[in-house]
Design a protein around this ligand. Structure first.
Ligand code: SF4
Length: 467
């Protein structure tokens, strides 16, 4: 095993080594430069795709940098979510309090944009100075008649995962407040898909063909009034389980709505998700429609997948993404392309996820929780990776090492979900891995069998060594 900080040793293992019991779901090690975002960012990524709401960041302007431009959730209608609002707190607000600034900002924004709701995100400094965000939200809601929802997401509360919980709590204040009349028995809510590249429209179209009604989307292409009546749906489908499972569990407890965890990535998991829905509704007609849909869609994309596989067979891949559920689907999708996953990790995986990954991956695959650039660079080099799959923070690591990259997260512009998404994924992976540009990367200068480049290491991180 590569050298890692002693305090990180229990968060890295190899499949087949008997050590799948990772010490995950804990605070990042100080100084290790974790790839994780803060609590506020966690709540923001879940809520901001709600397109007809105002999203007001209560704090200094720097917190508001995490905008639509970094993670561009698409909307089929209003685009209020694309605007970034901040109370822009300065020193005087820190000394005298920011409540007045918050109240004035909310009143001005509601008057100007007429949103269906407003979310107010409390950042670190709000937790320090103690603004009563809830009281201001309540007062503005009473004055304007608009739901103003506080999101207690002070960054220091914990990790990105705590932000998911804060977002789920905020969503639960909307769910249950709308009229559910007319919702059909074969109805679902889509949870945990953020429609970064129009994926939700692909899934909605599959469901329409199966005869399933989509009540609300939480939160990609989301609408406040539809979320209000989400409790009228018969089933919740939870993709990206880390971010919205809390909503599904609370809806189950409060409204009796069952939920299924699904993944729309890769042929295998996409088909399993659709069959799971059809089986839930126990409707033979729906089951037959699902069979037809799956076989038609697979027939359409398989030639593309096979063509790409011919070029990718035997290539080595590394995965580092936010949620482990996505990582699981990616391992399967890469296998379909003939590729071997040699490293896989996530920011927010739980023990169950890592156990599943350890069983799924080939023996020797590195499995890592809450990693950092020094570790990731080391693994990419040592494992002689041909492709790295990650998000905006992982991209520079890949390019600096001369490794092909596939963005499966923030900046994606091509949908990678659904059957058609598998074809897009195959084409993108082939395009990147087989690009002639990599022959000029230092690690390839010595020929195909050249040893891996020296890992980029932060010396302070490898001096303290665990084996
Ligand atoms: S950690 Fe705190 S200060 Fe930094 S972005 Fe998050 S909320 Fe803002």
């Amino acid at each position: 095993m590569s050298k890692v900080l002693a305090s990180r040793a229990r968060q890295v293992t190899r499949a087949g080594s008997g050590g799948a019991d990772l010490d995950c779901e804990k605070q990042s090690v100080s100084g290790s430069v974790s790839q994780r975002a803060c609590t506020f960012c966690g709540s923001r990524v879940v809520l901001y795709p709600i397109a007809d709401a105002i999203h007001l960041v209560h704090g200094p302007i720097g917190c508001a940098v995490y905008t639509w431009d970094i993670r561009g959730a698409l909307s089929s209608g209003p685009e209020l979510h694309r605007l970034s609002f901040s109370t822009d707190l300065r020193e005087r607000h820190v000394v005298f309090g920011g409540e007045k600034q918050l109240e004035e900002s909310l009143l001005e924004l509601i008057e100007r944009h007429k949103p269906r709701a407003a979310f107010v995100y409390a950042t670190c400094i709000i937790g320090v100075i103690g603004d009563d965000v809830e009281a201001i939200c309540r007062s503005v809601a009473e004055r304007t008649g608009i739901a103003v929802i506080p999101v207690q997401s002070e960054g220091f509360q914990g990790s990105k995962k705590h932000g998911y919980d804060a977002a789920c709590k905020a969503l639960m204040t909307l769910i249950g407040t709308g009229d559910t009349e007319g919702i059909t028995p074969h109805s679902v809510n889509l949870l945990g898909d953020f429609n970064l590249a129009g994926e939700i429209w692909i899934i909605q179209e599959y469901l329409r063909r199966m005869g399933v009604e989509v009540v609300a989307s939480l939160t990609g292409d989301g609408r406040v009034d539809l979320i209000r009546k989400a409790h009228g749906a018969a089933l919740n489908l939870v993709q990206c389980s880390g971010s919205t499972t809390a909503v599904a569990k609370q809806m189950q407890a409060k409204y009796g709505t069952p939920f299924q965890k699904v993944s729309y990535f890769g042929i295998e998991d996409m088909a399993a998700a659709l069959y799971g829905i059809a089986e839930h509704f126990k409707d033979p007609v729906m089951l037959q429609k699902t069979r037809e849909l799956v076989s038609e869609e697979i027939a359409a994309v398989l030639p593309v997948v096979q063509e790409c596989r011919a070029a990718l067979e035997g290539k080595r891949a590394a995965i580092y993404v936010g949620g482990a559920f996505k990582a699981i689907s990616l391992v399967k999708a890469l296998r379909l392309l003939g590729m071997k996953t040699v490293m896989v990790g996530s920011q927010t995986g739980n023990p169950e996820d890592y156990k599943y990954l350890a069983d799924l991956c080939d023996p020797g695959t590195v499995i890592v929780d809450d990693s950092n650039p020094a570790e990731l660079s080391t693994f990419l080099s040592e494992e002689r990776v041909d492709l790295f799959i990650g998000g905006v923070k992982e991209r520079p690591l890949a390019f600096k090492l001369g490794v092909a990259f596939c963005d499966h997260n923030h900046e994606r512009k091509i949908p990678l979900e659904g059957f058609v998404g598998m074809a897009n994924f195959a084409l993108e992976v082939r395009g990147s891995v087989c690009s002639p540009v990599w022959q000029f990367a230092p690690r390839h200068q010595g020929g195909a069998d050249a040893p891996a480049a020296e890992p980029v290491r932060a010396p302070a991180l490898v001096e303290e060594v665990a084996s």
